[in-house]
Design a protein around this ligand. Structure first.
Ligand code: ZN
Length: 164
């Protein structure tokens, strides 16, 4: 288990790499800062993303090239969550394949929950969501601002207990 909460882990990444930069957050660029290669490729239909870390090599994140831009962004942020989780656990070698539906937003394994919360916190930081909410920004405009799907935005608002 991780010692750091996913929200805290995402906040640390944003504080060190995305301070003063505009939204939407670019998870592919952030991955690059960690030396992680991000590939868009033909993945099996049921696979939404994967992260592969071979011993003493840089990790590789694989995204499905037929996915929408928003979905790729969320998948990339989610895989970064796996990276953060494994880093925290001190693992140098692993392979994780995410399947659609089973893990998207309703994962029950601690690592999946971590990766989903990490992704949501990275792309939709709490303070920024609250700022927009105070300005009465409609959720669909928030979704555009953060570069996420309406579904991802609504789940985030629900989890932060902000009425949409
Ligand atoms: Zn996952």
């Amino acid at each position: 288990m991780s010692n750091v909460s996913p929200e805290e882990a995402a906040r640390r990444v944003l504080d060190s790499l995305w301070k003063g930069r505009p939204f939407p957050v670019d998870p592919v660029w952030i991955a690059g800062q960690f030396g992680i290669k991000v590939l868009e490729t033909d993945l099996p239909e049921e696979v939404s993303g994967a992260i592969i870390k071979q011993k003493d090599e840089d990790p590789v994140i694989a995204l499905s090239k037929s996915d929408s831009n928003n979905r790729k962004r969320f998948s990339c942020a989610h895989e970064l969550g796996h990276y953060a989780f494994r880093m925290d656990a001190g693992q140098n070698e692993y392979e994780w394949v995410d399947l659609r539906g089973k893990t998207a937003g309703m994962g029950t394994k601690p690592e999946e929950i971590f990766a989903n919360k990490f992704a949501a916190s990275l792309l939709m930081p709490e303070e920024e969501v609250k700022r927009l909410s105070k300005e009465k920004t409609p959720p669909f405009l928030m979704a555009q601002y953060f570069g996420v799907s309406d579904d991802a935005m609504n789940i985030r608002l629900e989890n932060l207990k902000i009425a949409a």
